[in-house]
Design a binder for this molecule. Structure first.
Ligand SMILES: [Zn+2]
Length: 280
């Protein structure tokens, strides 16, 4: 593996090499739950290409589970949650519409897919219950991280102070240009102007770890560069998850074409990355 196909994540994250390709794991989650974030090498396809590629059996295998034991949802950029308990029926041919899954069933894993949106995994260190959520800007404006924590509390008796939250590879403000309507949506959703000023920059914010993607256009009026990681972290902290139990991989999906799927960079052919976790 070259550095290009394994970009260096934040401290607390490590690459694991599976037969299919690299997957990212978080040391803060590893003691409590099997979990991973996959990369571009894993062919799970996308909503647009339908059943052309069904790599979900590979995701289940990497979890050491049968394909039927991987619970997924039809993601719709909302904030609805699916609660999975032992014995609940799951039909992979008829996925429920939701962007959050929470579960206390250790016989199955839960998984979501992304290609720029924030993938969030949660574990309750006390009970072993887990959560997985998908949030692009619409989901973040709809408070998906906040709702995920609240759903674990209401449905599975989790206390926010027992949760560990991990945010995997997703697009960041090195690359993520948005128009004024996105900023306006957060204002309408009730976020404070001080917060908006921290999450929307007037120019791209590349770093040595995450250079701006090729093809990022020149600065334009009325465009913003959006920090989804900051929004997610803010909501998790506001919901009561301790700051030092929130871990962000800080890998931008658009910055790393050799390893990560990005819809903004590659459009409909981008493919998807899975984030999966198994309750304990
Ligand atoms: Zn980037």
């Amino acid at each position: 593996m070259t550095d290009e196909t394994r970009p260096k994540p934040n401290d607390g994250f490590a690459w694991v090499q599976d037969a299919l390709g690299p997957m990212l794991v978080a040391s803060a989650l590893a003691p409590f739950a099997d979990h991973f974030f996959t990369t571009r090498a894993w062919p799970i396809g996308s909503a647009e290409d339908g059943a052309a590629v069904d790599g979900w059996a590979d995701i289940a295998r990497a979890m050491r589970l049968d394909p039927a034991a991987l619970v997924r949802v039809r993601q719709v950029h909302g904030h609805a949650a699916l609660v999975v308990r032992p014995g609940d029926a799951f039909d992979p041919a008829s996925l429920r519409e939701a962007d959050i899954i929470v579960s206390n069933d250790p016989s199955r894993a839960i998984a979501i897919q992304t290609a720029d949106c924030v993938p969030l995994l949660l574990i309750d260190r006390r009970t072993g219950s887990a959560g997985a959520a998908h949030a692009g800007w619409r989901g973040l404006a709809a408070r998906v991280p906040d709702v995920a924590v609240a759903t674990m509390a209401s449905a599975l008796a989790s206390r926010p102070e027992d949760l560990v939250a991990v945010i995997g590879p997703s697009i960041s403000w090195c690359c993520y240009e948005v128009a004024a309507d996105v900023r306006d949506a957060f204002a309408r959703a009730g976020f404070a102007e001080d917060d908006l000023a921290r999450w929307f920059a007037s120019e791209p914010r590349p770093t040595p770890r995450n250079p701006s993607m090729r093809g990022l256009g020149p600065l334009r009026a009325d465009r913003w560069y959006f920090d989804g990681w900051g929004v997610a972290r803010h909501q998790l902290e506001s919901a009561g998850v301790p700051r030092d139990q929130i871990h962000v991989a800080e890998l931008c999906s658009a910055s790393h074409p050799a390893s990560l799927c990005s819809y903004r960079r590659d459009g409909k052919g981008a493919g998807r990355m899975a984030a999966a976790i198994r309750p304990r």
